[in-house]
Every structure is written in structure tokens, then in C-alpha cells.
Design a protein around this ligand. Structure first.
Ligand SMILES: [Zn+2]
Length: 64
């Protein structure tokens, strides 16, 4: 059974990181899922991608 709240919950966890990435700060973030891994972050005009080098969890969002 799908968990309907998962995307919203993931988004809220990554929200602070995404805001900083959009502000141009792509270095030095820690993974909000495992709390320990470094995040690889990149953004262009339409996408934001955040990936943890430790646990491999990633978030990809499209900008409105
Ligand atoms: Zn992680």
C-alpha cells in the first residue's frame, strides 16, 4: 500500500537544503535522512537534485 504522505514528508525534510541550493549554496549540506552523509547538490533553471553520497537517498524536484 502506497504511503500518500511520503512525498510531502520527503519534501519537508529536504526543504531547507533546497532553499540553500537555490540560493547558490550547493556545498556542505548534510543528508536529512541519515543525518551523516554529505549531499551532492545541483540545480539548473528547472530541476533541483540532491543526493546523499552515503545512504544514496536522493531528492529531485522540478521548479514551478
Ligand atoms: Zn544519507
Amino acid at each position: 500500500m502506497e504511503e500518500p504522505g511520503e512525498d510531502i514528508e520527503a519534501l519537508s525534510r529536504y526543504q531547507d537544503v533546497i532553499q540553500e541550493v537555490l540560493a547558490g549554496r550547493t556545498e556542505g549540506h548534510k543528508c536529512p535522512v541519515c543525518g551523516d552523509g554529505d549531499l551532492e547538490c545541483e540545480a539548473d533553471e528547472v530541476h533541483v537534485r540532491v543526493r546523499c553520497v552515503k545512504c544514496g537517498r536522493f531528492f529531485e524536484g522540478m521548479l514551478a
